[in-house]
Design a protein around this ligand. Sequence first.
Ligand code: ADP
Length: 448
Amino acid sequence: MKRFGFTSIRLKLVLIFMGILLGSCQLAFTFAINFYFDKVLTDMESHLMAESHLIRQLAQRTDLSADEIIRLSSTSFYQMDHYSKVRDLPVSLDQGSRAQLEAGTSIYVPVEREHRSIRATLFKLREQYVLLTPYVAAYFDPVAQLMVNTIINCAIIGSVLILIAVRQIMKPLRRLTEATREVAKGKFSVQVPYSGRDEVARLAQYFNTMVQELKQIEFLRKDFINNVSHEFRTPISSIQGFARLLQTSSLPKERLLEYTDVIIEETERLNKLTSNILKLSRVENQTKPTHCTSFVLDEQIRRTILLLETEWNKKGLTLDLDLPGTNYWGDEELIQQIWINLIDNAIKFSDDGGTVGVSIVREDGVIRVHIRDEGCGIPETAKSRIFEHFYQAESSRGRQGSGLGLAIVKRVTELCGGSVTVESEEGEGSVFTVELPLINPGIQTRLS
Ligand code: ADP
């Protein structure tokens, strides 16, 4: 990978920061210079005015000639020019200024220096006219130089610090990029270390959670494939075995019937398994119920019980029903799947002559349907696992089933915004409770 190309966010950040730094230094410099220049100039002008008073006092108290005083008073901070006639002056004077000058007062006169208009001090010294003009550059250049040096130092130190800072900021992002590449290759064990609670730390935290979820999904997918292959293999081997036996020519008629029965049973099992896998895959890919209508829930449960009549009749079960009239708004076909699977289980796990109970209760914005049986019950260790794909408790092995029914029930109730729970005692029986929300209780559901 190119580590520092023009597309690198690090380079972009460094360039942006340095641009901002240099731009703001330039602005600060311009403001400071202008402000400082005006202030220094005003100070210098008043200083020269005071200087002119001192020179005039010197002339009054001594006998020194104008030339000698001028020579003694010269410094490198102002320019001192003297003229013997007013008309030689580089500035023009109005009547008032001229009268003040002749009366021995120092006056300000405008002059041009280094493209700036400044004020010089003009006064009369004996028979000479003296003009004091500040040396702007003498004051100004060292300060400007100092400022330029400071700004260059700031820019150099700032750039180095920015480089270090950007490197630090980019570090977790680089780690995240590396980790993402690993995940893309199918390695779900990567985790990005992070500290603090800033945006990048949160990104790393969510990334880690996402990878763990993906790992889980990947595990489930592999587990699912293993289970499907396993579930298919048993009936297929059985069919294959019995089909081979059927090839034996001297087989008595009873055996022939027995073997074909087994084959039919196994194909039925395969058929059921396939249809359950398809159902599960359909509901797992669904995000919400699609065909919602208003329907009579108690009627739907009664129809389901009728559908399973052969099964409960075979076992001589008694049905204890408490199904008050209930209108419900939801996906009728999906919800029917819940009752088919739960009532079928209640019948399947009941002992002959037992009782299966189904009741509907409405409570605070929800409808609860209880499906009760007096069958074998569920061992404590299995309770938390029965809703997993393909899980079958040890005690129930041997009974027809694939371990997908409850996984479908759980997914469907979740899709409908509800839940399913179980209470069970081993050897005593089980109660499955399905809770479904009343989406708009006032209009859509009514208990009569
Ligand atoms: P299966 O096709 O095996 O019935 P399910 O997903 O419907 O698959 O159920 C999973 C497991 O939960 C069953 O194998 C059984 O061990 C347990 N189970 C479900 N319902 C009952 C019940 N009413 N009584 C006892 N055990 C039950």
